[in-house]
Ligand binder design. Sequence first.
Ligand code: GLN
Ligand code: ZN
Length: 763
Amino acid sequence: MTLANSNAKTGIIGYPRIGAARELKFLSESFFREEISEEEFYQKAHALRKSNLEFLKNSGLDIIPSMDFSLYDGILDLIQALGFIPERFQKLDLHGLELYFAMARGYQKNGRNAVALSMKKWFNTNYHYLVPEFDDAVSPKVNAGFLISALTEARDAGIQTRPVLPGPFTFVKLTRLTGSGSVSDLENTVTNLYRDLLLTVSNETGIQEFTLLEPYLAKDLNEEDCEMFRRIHKNIISAVPLRVYLATCFGDIRNVIADIPELGYAGLSLDLVEGKKNLDLLDGVSFKPGFELGLGVVSGINIWRNNYEKSLETIRRVQEKHPDVTIVITASSSLLHVPVTLRNEKTLPEEKLRYLAFAEEKIGELRDLRNIINGTAAPEVLENNRNLFKSPRTAADTATENRVKNLRETDFARQPVRSRRLKIQDQAFGLPPLPTTTIGSFPQTAEIRALRRDLRSGAISKADYDAEIRKHIAECIKAQEKVGLDVLVHGEFERNDMVEFFGRKLDGYIFTDNGWVQSYGTRCVKPPVIWSTIRRTSPLTVDIISYAQSLTEKPVKGMLTGPITILNWSFPGEDIPARESVMELALAIRDEVLDLEKAGIRIIQIDEAALREKLPLRREDQEEYLSLAVQAFRLTASGVKPETQIHTHMCYSEFGDILKSIDDMDADVISFEASRSSLTLLRELRDAGFETRTGPGVYDIHSPRIPSVEEFTATIRKILSILPREQVWINPDCGLKTRGNAEVWPCLENMLAATKRIREEQA
Ligand code: GLN
Ligand code: ZN
């Protein structure tokens, strides 16, 4: 059925910036290494930005976004555009790009120093944004050069765009107050700045419309929050003679949807993938004729082909309820969170590829859906899509499914209780106070990456490759002994990525050649895809860890990735329940843990780096997620002997609100990121009676800075002023794979020197 005079459009609110071959990453890195000039960097980056726009135009997208392109991060662009430059960066007296990247990456040059802005996960995605700071030195002033260049460039290319900016409410909510200014000062400042920013851009470019993207609306908002949101938007919209569109993503906007018609927007875009409730919520709202309603039916966060029947049903339901609005068929979020194109996928067979859609293909899906709705599509467009979903994608694996079904309560409980275990372990290991360790990986140097490339291209044999990797392991063990670390690691040289490595060895995964997604700045990840039931068919790491352990008397940690992290850093099957995949993964890791223990490995670290990442944004959904996560972790570890020590690691320090769940995972030791954030969490740990032994990262591995012995000493002292000495481990805040050896070893030397100094003082 086609409704009469349907004139649906297509649009998106963001497109991947990195380029189909990660051009932006390589370009930025060569700029950081000072191999290219600022001018060349800008010129090439702009060329990439323009080619994205041209692609979108040529593919017939009706509403093309601009200003979503960023050289590092969209929030950082705003920090610069709004003049939110914290004091420590102002003091450096830098400008333009140098200032921009100093805020992103920290600065250490010519005796001048500044710690980078802190980085946090962007809502429930694996993207990281830079956290704005509102300190007393901030002298807000609009500086929109880069954003304006995006628009003039598009205009010069004859491409009409609608700029998309992260919204003011989200900006306020994500900003850290670090000076004497209050939230309401911040709100006023940001409101005025956005107004000025929109006006400036409009005056200079003639643009008459903007989209403000407010993902924060998908979180639980109290009445105060809602009022703030309304106030900010009302104040801005009433002060600018422009069309303002509101876009939302990552969930439903139940707390504010009723207010939308009064706020003066020209349109609203909703996530109908993660925000299932939005559809019902829409029934209760009416919009003025011509209002533009964006329906995010194509997933912006996953890579499966859209089921057209289902999307059409949704779109038609809205059309019937709201016959006077203009429908925009869109993605549920920015397409930043999916890879760029399937065109460069050469390895996967067609019968698998046809189930996948990346950003480019999703643009095609939007176009198909629009054409079907508007009655201009050829019949086979829908027919072909229907055929994909007619029969199940994969065959059942009953043995594994039964293993999951037959899990009992005892499978999730380790014996004896932690306090007893820790005593047994203290005796067994005899480690010094404040034991030192690292998180697992050591620098993945060009040499190691070249090895992997050579293996892939067939230039060297698997045996040669293994032998070379073993050489690196042996060197790394020696170097760790030399700096005096207490618990060693093998260095993870054989792993390109902590999830892909496991995925490749497990049944049930498929891999793309180029399915890269931006994680932060220049860092991209290539999540593997859960295709079917997951199963371990043989040991994954036992060989290599046993080899490392054979080189030293000190304990070497077995290094595994936990089930929730594997799942969260994969593209999950859309048609497989999360619990199934998680428990299958947990069983696979459990089998590996037991095999490592059997091989004589006495400490095993099961990283849950991404545990918090997919924590549902709404509190009412969090309990279920956390209990699944805790159960899965316990299942991996519950089979070991009391004297085997289980570590875990998390890549953030934002777990104040989920402390209890983390403690419930029942690990013996946890390391986490703390060096870039405040020590509030340590107090929370103390106050909550957190039992897991804890290594709050004492240095920031995201930055190339080398902290001095004094700085380390001060950091450790601070930790010890809050946590009891018996509870504390000393370690960097994350794996060292992205750093160079030139920084890593001096850092560790200083870390060890500081630890020894404090041990002596306290002896
Ligand atoms: N063990 C991993 C490493 O050191 C952990 C990485 C991470 O937390 N992202 O690289
Ligand atoms: Zn980490």
